[in-house]
Design a protein around this ligand. Structure first.
Ligand code: ZN
Length: 313
């Protein structure tokens, strides 16, 4: 059997550990947060661009400097740690909602779409591995804004489809309904489902619930039990399960400490998941054997991130 099977020793996962969606901010803990992740066992970070919500970009020049800032933070983490970093760049759908008031719809949408074009240039050069966060507001908006957001999302996906660029969706949470609609929008835009990832996803990973979209699960309390009970063991054993990643969505916002999951969460939850899967069914666990557990954790932290974002250089 392959090496990775030994990474699960019955107590602890000693293999790679990937956080599928994290932000770092120079005004926050930045490198210190990356050190925390590494010290607790983290090995790979999908670093997602975070716009400055207190100072929204007015033009493409502002967007460009903000992207460059994210790329430079990624480089700093690479230089200061052993963590492998892959960057996701894109304009945030909530930024667009705020810009509607400031710039008017036509200009806001134009700026949003040119921010996508710019991110796609970085994708082509290999500086980023995906486009995100894209999607639609997670809070109620007028039906006019909602329809415009959905139309724009379709345009964005068409652009990304021509480069086969993976995306990370930031969307509202209406459970499986949200996934069904994303699946439809992808179909209209001719965008491949296999790289259309829902970020901040609920822990129900059943392909019926997710409409077969890859998901990056927000690993709050109760998430491991839900993942364990909804993962499709049959598809998993056939190697056909849609990708499942784990994420913190760590915001690194000094104004909101503790508002989100901390950078140590994914290593901790990974070990909890392994132990829960291993616990015999009569004791309330899932009764998986060590090899099956190792294969699953290996997929979450290595195989699926590679499938979506490519191997780390
Ligand atoms: Zn985020």
């Amino acid at each position: 059997m392959e090496d990775f099977v030994h990474f699960w020793d019955g107590e602890k996962w000693n293999g790679p550990i990937t956080d599928g969606h994290m932000h770092l901010d120079r005004k926050g803990r930045c490198l210190d947060a990356a050190y925390d992740f590494e010290k607790s066992g983290g090995t790979r970070l999908i670093l997602v661009h975070k716009p400055d919500f207190s100072q929204l970009p007015q033009n493409i020049g502002d967007v460009s400097s903000a992207y460059i800032e994210t790329l430079s933070i990624a480089n700093e983490v690479r230089e200061s740690t052993e963590i492998q970093v892959q960057v996701v760049l894109g304009p945030h759908p909530v930024v667009w909602v705020h810009q509607l008031e400031l710039l008017g719809e036509e200009m806001a949408t134009e700026l949003h779409l040119s921010s996508i074009d710019l991110a796609l240039e970085y994708f082509q050069s290999g500086d980023c591995v995906a486009i995100g966060e894209i999607g639609r507001p997670h809070f109620p908006v007028s039906s006019k804004v909602w329809n415009s957001a959905n139309k724009m999302l379709e345009d964005i996906l068409e652009k990304c489809a021509s480069y086969n660029a993976p995306v990370q969706f930031h969307v509202e949470d209406r459970g499986s309904e949200t996934c069904t609609e994303l699946n439809e929008i992808c179909t209209y835009a001719n965008y491949p489902l296999s790289i259309a990832l829902r970020h901040y996803a609920p822990a129900n990973v059943s392909p019926v619930f997710t409409s077969e979209l890859p998901v990056s699960v927000s690993m709050g309390r109760g998430s491991i039990e839900k993942i364990a009970s909804t993962v499709d063991a049959d598809l998993l054993s056939k190697g056909k399960h849609p990708p499942i990643l784990m994420e913190t969505d760590y915001l690194d916002d000094p104004k909101r400490p503790g508002a989100v999951l901390g950078p140590r969460t994914i290593p901790k939850r990974t070990n909890e998941l392994g132990k829960y899967l291993q616990t015999p069914q009569e004791d309330g666990g899932m009764g998986w054997n060590q090899q099956k557990i190792a294969e699953f954790l290996w997929k979450i932290h290595r195989v699926w991130p590679d499938m979506l974002y490519g191997e780390c250089r």
